[in-house]
Design a protein around this ligand. Structure first.
Ligand code: GRF
Length: 203
């Protein structure tokens, strides 16, 4: 089972973490295969990355369905049809439908560019996170990989990596330093989850 874990990655933007997961899978760091990439934005560059790798993609727009329930049902059916074992959020800017969160309890992870529980929650994404860190005067920031529940940036923390804040940092320079560590941490953390090394029930 663990060699063939089937992974869906949800994105909204550049997809550099998606790329790190694909590369990690190819390199054998991640014992699983990225088989589906879902984006809420049709123009997300991560979709091009997926297509370049021959990975199936899907643009999920809940508002195009008659109701939120119908959207959630379609997404869940599609996940099941593809026999997805794990969902990985990589810059996905929306909340997953609660039926999907329930169906994949403890099998959904997210990566956040700060040391949660600091600098998390609704509205804390992208440059907002790094601006808040710099404004606080904190001497370090970092990366958090956590399980996903129905609240933004809230589920059990699986892994953290610290990154120094330098005196002349801008939000962009800090973001770049943090992102570099994200790419290292995410494939390894997902691998550990798949291998049952966090002691959480994988269902
Ligand atoms: C990353 O900083 C991630 O931590 C956050 O969104 C960003 C996504 O970047 N959740 P990318 O699309 O993977 O390049």
């Amino acid at each position: 089972m663990e060699q063939t874990a089937r992974i869906a990655v949800f994105i909204s933007g550049s997809g550099s973490n998606l790329q790190a997961l694909i590369d990690g899978s190819k390199a054998g760091i991640l014992s699983g295969k990225i088989v589906w990439v879902v984006s809420n934005r049709a123009k997300a560059y991560g979709l091009t990355r997926a297509e370049n790798e021959g990975i199936e993609t899907f643009v999920f727009k809940p508002k195009k369905y008659p109701s939120p329930e119908a959207a959630a049902e379609d997404l869940l059916n599609k996940l099941r049809e593809r026999k997805i074992d794990y969902i990985t959020l990589a810059g996905y800017m929306k909340l997953l439908p609660s039926s999907v969160v329930a169906a994949y309890d403890k099998r959904i992870v997210n990566i956040h560019p700060a040391l949660l529980p600091k600098y998390g929650g609704k509205g804390m994404y992208g440059h907002h996170v790094h601006e808040a860190v710099l404004a606080s005067g904190d001497k370090e920031s970092g990366v958090t990989v956590h399980l996903v529940d129905e609240i933004y940036d809230h589920g059990k923390i699986l892994e953290q990596m610290r990154v120094p804040v330098l005196p002349d940092d801008t939000p962009e320079s800090l973001a770049a330093r943090v992102l570099e560590q994200e790419h290292k941490l995410y494939p390894r953390a997902l691998n550990k989850l798949i291998r049952g090394e966090y002691g959480v029930n994988n269902g």
